[in-house]
Design a protein around this ligand. Structure first.
Ligand SMILES: [Zn+2]
Length: 146
């Protein structure tokens, strides 16, 4: 599961400076701060506002602290790199070779390293699959439409 992106939560640029982050946070938090709610607010409205407030606060705290922001940025960058580099190729299910029968049916595709990519019948419930090679660190993305 992806971690909510604090930049998106606060609606700011990745290059935003401390001052911009602070201003933006204060603007947003004004609408949902638990102390600033209308006295007639329903419990649901209160709960929503509180949730929003916590979301904004944790995004803000992550970005306003230089260390945690740097750590977050570095992690994001390395995730992007990994995601890009591991997909060797995108193929459609038709390009894979069917072997086995019934429940034990599986689709295989040769990797250039000599290993194979294998999908079992059960995995086909998903429309888009990332399949790892059984030998090397490459993956293929398999597009499969029902
Ligand atoms: Zn391989």
């Amino acid at each position: 599961m992806a971690v909510p992106d604090p930049y998106i939560i606060l609606g700011i640029d990745r290059s935003a400076n401390e001052r911009e982050i602070k201003i933006r946070y204060q603007q947003l938090v004004r609408k949902c701060h638990p102390d600033k709610l209308h006295p007639d607010s329903t419990p649901i409205q209160r709960a929503e506002a509180t949730e929003e407030f916590h979301k904004l606060s944790s995004a803000y705290q992550l970005l306003i602290n230089k260390d945690s922001r740097l750590k977050y940025d570095v992690e994001q960058k390395s995730n992007e790199v990994t995601e890009k580099s591991i997909i060797n190729e995108t193929i459609s299910l038709n390009e894979m070779i069917l072997s086995g029968e019934g429940e034990r049916r599986e689709y295989v595709y040769d990797c250039r390293c000599g290993g194979v990519y294998t999908i079992s019948a059960g995995e086909l419930l998903k429309e888009e699959l990332i399949v790892p090679c059984d030998t090397c660190s490459l993956n293929v993305q398999v597009i499969h439409s029902h």
